[in-house]
Design a protein around this ligand. Structure first.
Ligand code: DQA
Length: 146
């Protein structure tokens, strides 16, 4: 099984960005955490980060026939992007929505997610463990389906 992890805008600034919300560990530490979680599940994984919405849409489209599942933290685009939601529907690849913070316990606008209705599952509020749980739960879903 092969998964693609897509990280959206400003996640590259983990560690210095609002540490009270996102913690002190940096983006390299997040990637190491994701790789360890995938290895524990015996899953191949690729990880990318971009600050650009269209690059995320391209990555979702390019996942066709290459990946069994997608784990995505669309970051701020969660709350705005019809294009990313449409791409997830278009490729029809099982997709997990992930957030480090509990988006439902923050500002009102973060309660809106365009991707939740089109994703297989959602994990939020567990910090780095949101990613490990999403990888594990998505793998379970994909294995059950095939
Ligand atoms: C985030 C939550 C979003 O609301 C925010 O814009 C982010 C990160 C999270 O992982 O908690 O950039 O997706």
């Amino acid at each position: 099984m092969k998964l693609l992890v897509i990280n959206g805008p400003n996640l590259n600034l983990l560690g210095r960005r609002e540490p009270d919300i996102y913690g002190n560990r940096d983006y390299a530490a997040l990637c190491a955490h994701i790789k360890a979680a995938a290895a524990a599940e015996g899953i191949e994984i690729d990880i990318m980060q971009t600050n650009h919405e269209g690059v995320i849409v391209d990555a979702i489209q390019d996942a066709i026939d290459k990946y069994d599942g997608i784990v995505i933290n669309p970051a701020a685009y969660t709350h705005t992007s019809v294009a990313i939601a449409d791409a997830i529907v278009a490729v029809d690849i099982p997709t997990a929505e992930v957030h480090l913070s509990d988006v439902d316990a923050r500002e009102e606008f973060r309660r809106i997610s365009f991707v939740t209705p089109v994703c297989t599952l959602r994990v939020k509020g567990l910090g780095f463990d949101s990613y490990s749980k999403a990888i594990s739960d998505l793998a379970t879903y994909i294995r059950a389906k095939s």
